[in-house]
Design a protein around this ligand. Sequence first.
Ligand code: UDP
Ligand code: MG
Length: 344
Amino acid sequence: FYIIVILAKTTKIPYNYPMTSRKNYHVSIVIPAYNEESGIVAFHNTLLMPELEKHLPNRYEVIYVNDGSTDDTLKKLTNLASNNPRVKVINLSRNFGKEIATTAGISKSTGDAVIIIDADGQHPPKIMTQFIDKWLAGAQVVVGVRKSNQKEGVIKKVGSKLFYRLMNSISDSQTIPRSTDYRLIDKHVRDEFLKFTERDRITRGLIDWLGFRREYIEFDAPARIAGEASYTVSKLTKLAVNSFTTLSLRPLFIFSYIGAFITLVSLIVGIFILIEQFILGDPLALNFTGAALLGIFVSFLIGIVLIAQGIMSIYLSHIHTQAQNRPLFVIDSTSSVNLDKDIK
Ligand code: UDP
Ligand code: MG
């Protein structure tokens, strides 16, 4: 009896999760790569370090997605694949961007858990074992969170702060600041993720939207092994705009609020001028000119136009959500009760 108690105390049984699904587990590692020829082999060598091999006692696969690189990345990847049957390469026909490349890799993954990691060494593979531990303990999504990165430029730093502030204030799902694409998702989350059909996508935004039990792991982001980040400020801006517009509809309505404000103000001022100058005969001696009157009238009309646009936005937003065609809901788990048995 005591042996059983001691065993029960020392073995961690994942809460609320059937043990069998985490036995003999199989992990997929998905890596998008675009023009990484100078660092990819070094990265690969740090990826398959002995710690990880020990931690993945059963099966694992490494899926590289070559996102239309124009350099020798593909050649290096196929070389890696021919030396190791666990390494697989998906070669996209052209550059589709990281988000799509990642999705392509996830769609071909077969593991019980999928880890997404950058190919440039900025996501230390060392902590992958911690991701797996959290998953084994019951987390369905494990998110890598960057500790503040000193090497970043001022624009990127301020920009990212502003981004998260805005993002969390306008969207329904919440994003932790500095959370990255370095993530582990359970196969159940993967299956739900693959149901998304929208084209303009931000992988981490969609994973955040899905919910599920999540855990966070902080890490220090080192500099790239080699090459330059292909995300320039303009590309990042595009990414941010995409995040706002795919995860929130509020930007659509901003202008109707502005319109309503302009209309209201010009209406009040217009009525004031009308009464003060034309009905009461200008007792305050303000002497409004015709140009002033015209100005107020024009801004009143501009306000009306903006409101009309806002109303159109409401219809547009319905079309937008319908076109995104997201699942209505996402089920984590179900439990059925045998009613017949209960009645007896
Ligand atoms: N990447 C990609 N397609 C692209 C741009 C980047 O697959 O069009 C990959 C790149 O090879 C790397 C990861 O996405 O593995 C992150 O890219 P990068 O380091 O340029 O961006 P940042 O670190 O600024 O997020
Ligand atoms: Mg990088």
